[in-house]
Design a protein. Structure first.
Length: 590
């Protein structure tokens, strides 16, 4: 039985279906052309703002990935400056522009921002990323953004942004400096910014419809964090030195002061204190003149501390000994007929050279210095480091003033011999006195451990210190014995500088100050005390300077007690035992 075939369709029905499909195709094409035509009209200007809005929802966003700044550390690895968790607050102007005025007021109130600059950022046309606030404490940033969202504001977000913090507040602030919003403004922060800052990274990602596309294009260039800066400062000793110095300045009713603590053997600075100083976390709350280091930037005449350099040079030349006898009148005229006085009134007295140092006699020093041949004292002072910057890496350092050799006259040399008519900075002078402590060998002072490059391209640090002999070991030892008599009770002018149980060698200084307005001495003074201990095996050299004490005190009564406190603390802190030997008994009169 044959299979039954399906009935055939009429030939006309097939043609009808084809015709229908053709007509539908024309309709579809017409619709597509209509859409393109309408879009073209829109692009040509019917609704440009609408198109701009749609375009803003798509594209690439670029975000900075902040590098973490390196720490500034003391010699024991304790942070003097460090970076801690913080956040930046950022805005997406596409989302914030509609509520910009209200949101700008909210942010200005809670973050202490300028209203108008914040408003401009929130309305930034064509931008999808604007910084609103940098380096905000994480808790504050989170609270502000959450509060904004709770009020219905959209488009704010946070990103990691480390904050600079100074744990000690004012401890070593005069050295460390501080940061501005986006750049370092002072101290080590600025000088060694190239080492500390690192390099910011970058993230770029694609957005669509106002949000990040999860699988869209994205690239990340990681941040390179900064390196740590290691200093020779001892944070605890720095803290103590600053507190003693502050009390000394206040008690003396003085204008200012500074103090240097140096390792006698290496020249490393363990403390370098200024008063007044400032809190590095709140630098703008202090006067501008307190934001640097007066110890390095303010030159001053050293006064009688300089006699140590004069006398040791004479001993080195074989011109005198500690036993040299001098007849010291009450007044001495210099080569120009000007009178030279001592700090105390006296008639003719008989002093040994040790007595000249113990009693800090200007006249006795001038009489001894007459034994110099022309140019000799200048050459020795240069070798001691006077007239040249220490270049240890502290901004604004003054090299001081040592008059050119060819300008020296007999009256000028007389004044320089006892510490007037030349100027120094505190570290420069401390390093010169330390030459005596170090057996006649000057060692470069340093404050950076290892090696670091400054912003002007100089390379500094303990890896680059040099030494050179200035006077013989015999001359240094003889000078040390004379300096011991300065603190001897009933003999010298500074018994208050003694440290119980230890041999101490020291020298007072009192110098008239030059008023820069008139270029003349105006009746104000710089008083100081410099010394080292244990005298016969020096471990620390300390120098305390006080500007214009209002109580009328001198180097022995103002600087001496401060020296004693700081030296005693340093010796105990580093466990330095007394040498057990007896101090010098050099005769001071004859």
């Amino acid at each position: 039985m044959r299979p039954t075939r399906p009935p055939r369709r009429p030939r006309g029905s097939l043609r009808g279906q084809a015709h229908l499909r053709l007509r539908l195709g024309f309709v579809f094409i017409a619709m597509v052309l209509s859409v393109f035509g309408g879009r073209l009209v829109q692009l040509q200007g019917i609704d440009p703002n609408s198109y701009a809005e749609m375009a803003a929802k798509e594209g690439m966003v670029q975000v900075v990935l902040p590098a973490e700044r390196g720490d500034i550390l003391d010699r024991n690895g304790q942070p003097l400056a460090e970076s801690v968790d913080g956040m930046m607050i950022v805005a997406d102007p596409y989302l914030t522009s509609d509520q910009a005025p209200e949101l700008a007021r909210f942010l200005a109130r809670h973050l202490h921002l300028d209203y108008f600059s914040t408003l401009t950022k929130l309305r930034a046309s064509g931008s999808r990323f604007e910084y609103i606030a940098r380096r905000v404490p994480a808790t504050i940033a989170t609270h502000v953004v959450d509060a904004a969202e709770n009020r219905g504001f959209k488009g704010l977000d946070t990103r990691r942004d480390p904050i600079r913090q100074y744990p000690g507040g004012d401890v070593a602030a005069n050295l460390v400096g501080f940061m501005g919003t986006d750049e370092p403004l002072a101290g080590f922060e600025r000088t060694f910014d190239g080492l500390l800052s690192g390099k910011d990274g970058e993230a770029r990602y694609e957005i669509g419809g106002g949000t990040r596309i999860p699988l869209g294009e994205s690239t990340i260039t990681p941040a390179v964090d900064g390196s740590d800066l290691h200093t020779t400062i001892d944070q605890d000793l720095q803290w103590y030195t600053q507190r003693v110095l502050r009390q000394t300045v206040e008690d003396a009713r003085a204008e200012s002061g500074f103090a240097v603590v140096m390792d006698s053997r290496t020249g490393e600075l363990l403390a370098l204190a200024d008063d007044p100083t400032f809190d590095a976390n709140k630098p703008l709350q202090s006067p501008k003149e307190d934001l640097g280091s007066r110890a390095m930037s303010d030159p001053y005449e050293p006064g009688s501390v300089e006699k140590v350099l004069t006398i040791s040079s004479l001993i080195d030349l074989g011109k005198v000994t500690p036993h040299t006898r001098l007849k010291v009148p009450g007044v001495l005229e210099d080569g120009a007929g000007h009178p030279i006085h001592d700090w105390f009134t006296h008639g003719l007295i008989h002093l040994t050279l040790a007595g000249v140092i113990a009693q800090s006699s200007n006249i006795g020093t001038v009489l001894a210095s007459e034994k110099f041949a022309p140019g000799q004292l200048y050459d020795y002072l240069r070798r001691f480091g006077l007239g040249s910057s220490t270049d240890i890496g502290i901004r604004g350092e003054s090299p001081g003033i040592l008059p050119d050799k060819d300008t020296w006259t007999s009256p000028l040399q007389d004044r320089i011999a006892f510490g007037q008519s030349l100027s120094v900075n505190a570290v420069q002078m401390a390093a010169a006195v330390n030459t005596i402590a170090n057996g006649g060998v000057r060692v470069d002072p340093s404050i950076i451990e290892g090696s670091a490059t400054t912003d002007d391209g100089s390379v500094v640090g303990t890896d680059h210190t040099t030494t050179h002999r200035v006077v013989s070991a015999k001359a240094a030892r003889g000078t040390m014995h004379m300096m011991e008599r300065v603190v001897a009770p009933g003999v010298g002018v500074a018994p208050a500088a003694a440290v119980p149980g230890y041999r101490v060698a020291g020298k007072t200084g009192t110098a008239q100050r030059v008023n820069p307005d008139c270029g003349c001495y105006d009746g104000t003074f710089t008083v100081s005390f410099a010394g080292f201990a244990p005298a016969d095996d020096p471990r620390f050299t300390i120098y305390v300077v006080v500007q214009n004490p209002g109580n009328g005190g001198g180097g022995g009564s103002v600087g001496g007690p401060a020296f004693s406190k700081i030296m005693g603390y340093a010796l105990r802190r580093y466990g330095v035992p007394p040498t057990g030997t007896h101090p010098s008994k050099l005769p001071t009169t004859w």
